[in-house]
Write a protein that binds this ligand. Structure first.
Ligand SMILES: [Zn+2]
Length: 211
């Protein structure tokens, strides 16, 4: 279990039952962290990793059901690959296809990307593809299909998620907290980073020397 040091309290990541269904968003810190409250105290939610967790579980579910949607690009994106990337691509092309990427060999060292996962912006497709290929790298033969799927889903959701330094209105914050609450693992992002910090009422009261 991962624990996150906060000033007053350690919040255990992975403790799903701890995520409250009744959080009210109050605003953002630096357009990056949602501040929310309920009867238990004050909560701070990293908006990027929160959305990443929501998209990650959604993507994996779609993949399991063979329903990942690819979006056709206006023009195919031609990507030049290094030898290792080409070798990796050959090994995972089929799984990429099931994840919304329609990619075809195009010349000796280049591939043409015709579709990409629906949430990905066209100008981010090349970076995402290269990140997936480099992330798998030489492990391509040793990697189980399950791990490969997790890696691809983590990369796609990271690229598609709301960024930090992005203003969110009240409805969008409430939506994100609600969707996060529905995930299987709302406390940690796919890479294991914490999503939620809690400053419990007792911590606040102690800090004000009320108890
Ligand atoms: Zn990310």
């Amino acid at each position: 279990m991962t624990t996150v040091e906060t000033e007053g309290e350690a919040v255990s990541a992975g403790a799903v039952s701890e995520f409250p269904p009744d959080l009210r968003p109050l605003g953002q810190v630096q357009d990056s962290y949602i501040v929310a409250t309920n009867a238990d105290g004050l909560w701070i939610v990293d908006q990027h990793v929160a959305h990443e967790r929501v998209l990650f579980e959604h993507h994996l579910r779609q993949r399991r059901e063979m329903r990942v949607e690819g979006q056709r690009l206006l023009l195919p994106i031609i990507v030049e690959l290094k030898p290792q990337q080409l070798a990796t691509f050959a090994g995972i092309a089929e799984e990429l296809g099931a994840n919304g990427f329609e990619v075809e060999p195009f010349g000796q060292r280049t591939v043409a990307v015709k579709t990409a996962p629906a949430e990905i912006r066209a100008d981010d497709v090349e970076r995402l593809l290269l990140e997936i290929l480099d992330g798998v790298g030489q492990e391509v033969r040793a990697l189980s299909l399950d791990v490969l799927r997790l890696k691809i889903a983590a990369s796609v959701s990271c690229h598609a998620a709301i960024k930090v330094n992005m203003p969110l209105d009240h409805n969008k914050m409430a939506w994100l907290l609600r969707e996060l609450g529905k995930t299987e693992c709302p406390m940690a992002c796919p890479h294991g980073r914490p999503i939620v910090l809690r400053y419990g009422l007792r911590v606040i009261e102690r800090a004000f020397k009320r108890i």
